[in-house]
Design a protein around this ligand. Structure first.
Ligand code: T5A
Length: 229
């Protein structure tokens, strides 16, 4: 993608974001039960009613290969994988999602909204899973060709609020012990300190309408910046 701007370096790697005429790339991320899917659907609906072309994707998944990897990674009766194999499967799904869906859409000027992205791997497999984050940044750079979202909305949720929202059957990763989920929450909170791309933390303990209002304010701001570049 040539219409992109270099924004930052991290672990000696150069990261870039999309810029016009390419579309805006937005990400919602956060711990399980933060309400990402609810807010992603709402955001897409709002952007479409504003007249934008919008592609909604989820990571892992979103392609035939990604959906198979998603089953391998998340089904409770799936085969076991070591932490590195798990990390590489998330990255493989992401690489395919970018090649097959995200890049073509951005190049056509479409706004892409993704439910999770590279930050999830840094937190779940890095901070909570024990893999050196520098390694994840390197593999992540290869998987994404250095592309970062124009804005990551980090939905911060307390343990209590998340628990109340996760009544359905838990997947393989959601079934990990409370200590893993606490490390995930803490990992997301500290990730904003030196994240190499625009990121905003949103209090996701609030009611859905208020959370959405905060998200929309941040998105409107980045949209205005994007159209000025
Ligand atoms: N994973 C993922 C990794 O380990 N590494 C990686 O690199 C990646 C990309 C799958 C799992 O994979 C892991 C993380 C995950 O464990 P996922 O499919 O995104 O990732 O799974 P979840 O995070 O579990 O996604 P969910 O869709 O299940 O949860 P959400 O999106 O956080 O929550 P949502 O919107 O579905 O809402 C859940 C419930 O809460 C209510 C909703 O109505 C719904 O009932 N709700 C609220 N209630 C009160 N107040 C609010 N503000 C609410 N918002 C939503």
């Amino acid at each position: 993608m040539s219409d992109s701007s270099q924004i930052s370096t991290k672990s000696g790697l150069i990261w870039r974001t999309s810029r016009p005429p390419h579309g805006l790339f937005l990400c919602l991320d956060g711990p399980d039960g933060a309400g990402k899917s609810t807010q992603a659907a709402r955001l897409c609906q709002q952007l479409r009613s504003d007249g934008l072309q919008v592609l909604a994707v989820r990571d892992p998944g979103g392609t035939p290969l990604g959906d198979r990897l998603r089953s391998l990674l998340l089904d409770r009766d799936s085969v076991e994988s070591c932490p590195r194999a798990e990390m590489l499967m998330f990255m493989a799904s992401r690489a395919q999602l970018l090649a097959e869906q995200v890049m073509p859409a951005l190049e056509a000027g479409t706004c892409v909204v993704t439910d999770r992205f590279l930050l999830s791997t840094l937190v779940y497999q890095g901070t909570a899973g024990g893999i050196d984050p520098a390694e994840i940044w390197r593999v992540g750079h290869a998987a994404t060709a250095g592309l970062m979202p124009n804005l990551t909305l980090l939905l911060d949720v307390s343990r209590e609020a998340a628990k109340n929202r996760m009544e359905r059957t838990r997947d393989r990763i959601e079934s990990r012990p409370e200590s893993y989920q606490d490390a995930v929450r803490q990992g997301f909170r500290s990730s904003i300190l030196d994240f190499p791309a625009p990121i905003r933390q949103i209090n996701a303990d609030l009611d859905p309408e208020t959370v959405f209002a905060h998200i929309l304010t941040e998105v409107r701001h980045v949209m205005a910046e994007h159209s000025r570049t």
